[in-house]
Design a protein around this ligand. Structure first.
Ligand code: F1X
Length: 364
């Protein structure tokens, strides 16, 4: 029997699935430029630049004003609220600059972590109150997708069944509210890489988390064809002494996804989670070459791994605009190749691109 109380009309579903497919078409991925003011402050501190609104605006203007060919590798950009309403130096809204390049505009919707009392320092994510009104306004302002990041940690008794269930439910509730307002929800349950656990343990936890997330999405009547998943790759903990090849990471990652993510999901866009730029690209390429069934597009939604060498090249100086743009375009291009399993590393990599971008306890 068909559902008696359909959540979405056929037109709403069509719009959502078309947006989701556009974002990940032909090896395209997402630039996650949605760092909150505090997170951007950490990034700017690394290059000795003060965390002012004007400095954040200037860096983003440099990224968004690259030439139109960027739309061959970037299908969507996630913005933070402040950036959505910022303009370039000619007075043009960033969101219009992106849209004119054919790039879909997204927005960070979660509002940070809150402690789950009685657990080993686990958290849930805030932002559900008033979310529908925020989504409706963002849709009017040209936004077509949202992002909500839940954080799960591997440790003694972690992630607990409570943390997994609570975060999955919040993600599903967020996804349902997004879809009601015409936004494609990016569902991001990140198992962070802190700890000394091995690859197998991360795979086990990632499978438990994803299985719970997809049960919750189904319970909330979320239309999977109009969603994108943003998971961690399955990797060993940052402090694990055993090292794994990109092929091992790829096999563990695709196995976990294959066991838990329905084929109806059009795209899986990985976060970079503190990997170096080059590792994030090599792992994505290996994932796309992994000889297991892969019914979804497997692409990227990188923050640090798309911006680290650009930030280093910029150093807060307008005179470095060209070098900054070249660094960003290069990472976007190689990740687009990797999203099609076509990346061939050439020559030696720059120091910035091989540097670990790990931040301990990266909760927000
Ligand atoms: O792990 P990465 O690729 O650097 O960033 C992934 C990400 O979800 O985490 C950040 C913090 O919320 C966001 O800026 C970004 O979208």
């Amino acid at each position: 029997m068909a559902h008696q109380f359909p959540a979405l009309t056929a037109e709403q579903k069509k719009e959502l699935s078309e947006i989701a497919q556009r974002i990940v078409a032909n090896g395209k991925g997402i630039l996650a430029a949605d760092e909150s003011v505090g997170t951007m402050g950490n990034r700017l501190q690394r290059i000795n630049v003060e965390n002012t609104e004007e400095n954040r605006r200037q860096f983003r203007e440099i990224l968004f004003s690259v030439d139109n060919s960027i739309s061959q590798s970037i299908g969507g950009v996630i913005l933070f609220h402040e950036t959505l309403y910022q303009k370039d130096s000619q007075g043009k809204l960033f969101r219009n600059i992106l849209k004119e390049k054919g790039i879909v505009v997204g927005i960070k919707l979660d509002q940070g972590t809150a402690p789950l009392a009685g657990t080993n320092k686990e958290t849930t994510i805030q932002g559900l109150d008033g979310l529908s009104q925020r989504c409706a306004q963002y849709k009017k302002d040209g936004v077509d997708f949202g992002k909500w990041r839940a954080v799960l940690r591997i440790d003694k008794q972690c992630p607990s069944p409570l943390a997994i269930q609570e975060n999955a439910n919040a993600l599903a509730r967020y996804a349902s509210i997004c879809q009601q307002n015409g936004l494609v929800p990016i569902v991001e349950p990140e198992v962070i890489p802190d700890g000394d656990h091995d690859l197998e343990h991360c795979q086990y936890v990632t499978e438990k988390v994803l299985a719970t997330v997809y049960k919750a999405l189904n319970d909330h009547h979320v239309y999977l064809e109009g969603t994108l998943l943003k998971p961690n790759m399955v990797t060993a903990g940052h402090a694990c002494t055993k090292k794994y090849t990109p092929q091992q990471v790829a096999m563990a990652t695709v196995t976990a996804l294959h066991r838990t993510v329905p084929a109806a999901v059009p795209g899986i866009c990985f976060l970079s989670g503190g990997m170096s730029e080059e590792d994030a690209t090599l792992n994505l390429n290996a994932i796309n070459l992994c000889p297991l069934p892969k019914p979804w597009k497997l692409s990227f939604s990188y923050g640090r791994a798309l911006q680290a060498s650009a930030l280093a090249a910029w150093g807060g100086k307008a005179a470095n605009k060209k070098a900054t743009q070249e660094a960003f375009v290069k990472r976007a291009m190689v990740n687009c190749q990797a999203a099609q399993g076509k990346y061939i590393p050439m020559g030696s990599s720059s120091a910035a691109s091989t540097q670990s971008l790990f931040t301990a306890n990266y909760t927000y």
